[in-house]
Design a protein around this ligand. Sequence first.
Ligand SMILES: C[S@@+](CC[C@H](N)C(=O)[O-])C[C@H]1O[C@@H](n2cnc3c(N)ncnc32)[C@H](O)[C@@H]1O
Length: 417
Amino acid sequence: MPRTHQVAGRVRAVGRGGDAVIETGEGIVLAPGGLPGEQVELELTRARRGAARGRIIRLPERAQERREPPCAVADRCGGCPLMIAEMSLQRRIKESFLREACEGLPGASDSELVWVAAPEELGYRRRARLAWFGQTFGYRQRHSARVVDIARCIVLAQPLQRAWDATREHLRTSIGGQGEIQLSLSDAVVVVELRTSDEQRPELFDACSQLSQTLGIGGVSLRSSDTGKPAVWGEAMVGARAHDGSSLWGPAGSFSQANDRINQMLVEHVVALAEPAGMRVLELHCGIGNFTVALAETAGMLVAVEQDASAVDACRANLAARRLQARVVEGNANRPPKGRYDVVVLDPPRQGAKDFFEEADHWRGTRRIVYVSCDTATLGRDLRLARDRGYRIDRMIAFDMFPQTAHLESLVRLVPR
Ligand SMILES: C[S@@+](CC[C@H](N)C(=O)[O-])C[C@H]1O[C@@H](n2cnc3c(N)ncnc32)[C@H](O)[C@@H]1O
């Protein structure tokens, strides 16, 4: 057993992962549950490579905007590390992530940081990834593969919570091993997707069938190996909500935005900043077409790139259903089709788009780059690469896509200097 001991410190900031960054006499320690400016007493838990970690045991001085979290299991679950802060403080913490990413870059100090608040602070999630381990159903704990038993989650939209109740009830006695559960709201029903690499008993198949027939459940799929096709009961397609309120169809498991109302505003801002009318537009990481169907309405020419073959098919079908034109290419966004583009819109996963930005030939002459990011660390890295090629920031917008969590969705526009 490693020896533990106690230290005192002050919280300097909340880091992008949601942990407090605490200055102590023994250096920086990361711990969940602290807010900027607070005086804390900590027990050091481990000091592997990188920063030391700890557990806050006392708060001699609390932040004024600290509050009792509205969820009874907030500290055990760890999925909503900012729930202990009033919304005004959550905003300042998340704005600081985007400010840090843009700090020192040309244009950053002249651009106002626009904040788009979430219309719903709770009950907003239309898609969620949960897990099971044995008979325990819940969320994976932060920094660990452990599953914390969660019966009720107040950031889920109500139909998702009802689907979660039904999933726990129907599968608890028949499921084994461990795996991931994705719940996606599809119009008015929920699609439940199970993924595991552990062998399952035949009873689970009966239970999935029963679950799929429960009120409020549109379909259930079970993928028990990485290679085989999933077994499906009921509907396997998910109808996400497009910016105009229509349905955007995609296979269960493909990416769709988790917060409808914020997504609607995100798409509107992407189009406003891209100014696609009559332009040659390159859209990278298009998924099932969330931005594509909005950009295609006015673009002079649109090429959209996506690596997931089933999302490419869905994107084409979503365009066709609206009689819109675009060339949707299955491929690697880091090596897009050669061509001259006026506008680039990109929305990479957390890893960002380093290879794309390093290869300037792809975007030479582009009038504007509209970068949607779910990770301000990789955003900051990529913005520096764009600066080195002569681009500056002219717009910065932060979207509170996931209130109570430390995740931030950002939108930055780059133009030539
Ligand atoms: C954050 S999602 C955005 C999807 C879409 N823009 C939306 O708003 O729903 C990122 C997408 O990029 C795709 N992707 C990830 N890496 C990629 C790559 N190297 N090349 C092309 N697409 C990639 C993923 O499959 C996923 O659909």
